[in-house]
Ligand binder design. Structure first.
Ligand code: UDX
Length: 437
């Protein structure tokens, strides 16, 4: 394969960083993935991935074997790269504000260890205005000649991250000059994919507004679901009918217990903070967040009402991951819902096809005190007073529900993801409660 220039990736072991590094290496760039976590680098060199993402492990092995993907803990190794992607986390502070400190320190570190100028391309999701602030920050420290800031937001979804890299919906690059933006877009622009070259602020806001729009769409359908339950309508049919309008489209109209995971909620909260800082009200976005939070309480109330209280009740929970096809439980809705069950006095047994213990979910031992981990959905259901479905794993759709009913002490299924047909469950004698059906 033709060897192209070198690129650097800071935060090279995270979801965005590792996908970026492996895919760019596959394209022929020498990808230097820099991360401070030497233990995880050793793991990956021994063949143990830091997380699961379909198709990624093979890509990492292939590109490591041909020498195009290298991992390092030495920032000086980034010197040979002219373009360096910043993929560090921007976790939410208690106020909801995104903590951009890792982005600042990564860029400063990169700049301090260079002799010439690199383009530092921010993939991390940062509030609008951050690139401009970082440029001033570099200027104040006399580092502007060693790092020029570019915004290139990442839109990939967990579980289809590699596929999304090859076929992105669009490529957005924000830079002070068109020439710089073109250079970054030129790294990988598959034919037919729209490219938007714009300013820093536009690029930063496009990322936040996209995630906020997706979140609002989910909250919208979840709000309509409330009324469906009252008037005897089925949200799945209503959603289908709405989504057939091409101006609306069918995506992100699946009602359930709402959105969770490391991005949508965090980015929505960060956007709300940006409104606060600008002294503007964001009524619609605030409502989208409130509706989502309410969904998590509603499902517990539903269970409580059905069982006449939760104290001493044994609940089987299916699904820990924030969505199917990922082993990520970061900010998963399952955590607060299970905590509500525990604090109402229930005992909880969980099952997830990919996460079989707190360690596999990278949870602290005391995150979910007293919770048992079952090896199968049937083992989880055995002798329980209800089955609660929280993640729409495909294998849960295939369960033998007659067997599940026989396992349960009380034939009650509360389904936060609407994965079954009400009629079929009723015929089996199961009390089935979905969301908006
Ligand atoms: C999201 C954005 O989609 C992606 O573009 C961005 O880069 C990162 O954030 P991700 O968090 O991986 O991606 O998951 P996504 O597929 O968007 O789902 C987020 C949450 O919304 C999940 O909890 C999912 O179950 C929920 N969801 C999604 C619904 O409740 N209903 C839907 O119709 C769609």
């Amino acid at each position: 394969m033709e060897k192209k220039t070198a690129v650097g990736i800071v935060g090279g072991l995270g979801h965005i960083g590792l996908i970026q590094a492996a895919c760019l290496a596959k394209l022929g760039y020498k990808s230097i993935a820099y991360d401070i976590n030497s233990a995880k680098i050793k793991d990956i060199q021994r063949g143990k991935m830091p997380f699961y993402e379909p198709g990624l492990e093979e890509l990492v092995h292939e590109t490591m074997d041909n020498g195009l993907l290298v991992f390092t803990t030495r920032v000086t190794d980034l010197q040979e790269a002219e373009m360096i992607f910043i993929c560090t986390g921007t976790p939410a502070l208690p106020s909801g504000e995104a903590d951009t400190s890792q982005v600042y320190s990564a860029i400063e570190e990169v700049a301090r260890h260079r002799s010439n100028q690199a383009l530092v391309i921010i993939k991390s999701t940062v509030p609008a205005g951050t690139c401009r602030k970082i440029a001033a920050f570099l200027q104040e420290r006399d580092l502007a000649a060693r790092a020029a800031v570019v915004s290139c937001p990442e839109f990939l979804r967990e579980g289809s991250g590699v596929q999304d890299f090859w076929k992105p919906s669009r490529i957005v690059v924000g830079a002070p000059s068109r020439e710089t933006a073109e250079k970054v877009a030129g790294l990988y622009s598959p034919p037919g994919i729209p490219i938007l070259l714009t300013t820093w602020e536009n690029a930063e806001l496009i990322k936040h507004a996209s995630n906020a729009f997706l979140a609002s769409k989910i909250s919208f359908i979840n709000e309509i679901a409330l009324l469906c339950e009252q008037v005897g309508a089925d949200i799945r049919v209503v959603s289908r009918g709405i989504g057939l309008d091409p101006r609306i489209n069918p995506h992100f109209l699946e009602a359930g217990i709402g959105f969770s995971g490391p991005c949508l909620e965090k980015d929505l909260k960060s956007l709300l903070r940006q409104f606060q800082e600008a002294k503007k009200e964001a009524k619609l976005l605030e409502a989208a967040l409130r509706v989502n939070e309410e969904k998590r309480r509603e499902i517990v109330h539903k269970l409580q009402a059905k069982l006449g209280g939760l104290r001493g009740r044994r609940i089987a929970v299916l699904g820990m991951a924030f969505k199917p096809q990922t082993d990520d439980v970061r900010d998963s809705h399952s955590l607060p819902i299970i905590k509500q069950l525990l604090s109402a006095g229930a005992s909880v047994t969980v099952h997830d096809p990919w996460i079989k213990s707190p360690r596999e979910g990278r949870l602290a031992e005391n995150d979910l005190p007293g919770v048992e981990w079952a090896s199968s959905p049937h083992a989880a259901a055995q002798g329980k007073d209800a089955l609660l479905i929280l993640t729409a794993w495909p294998e849960y759709r295939e369960l033998d529900l007659k067997q599940i009913k026989d396992c349960l002490a009380v034939p009650l299924i509360v389904d936060g993801r609407n994965i079954y047909e009400s009629g079929q469950l009723r015929e089996l004698g199961i009390d089935y409660q979905g969301v908006g059906i």
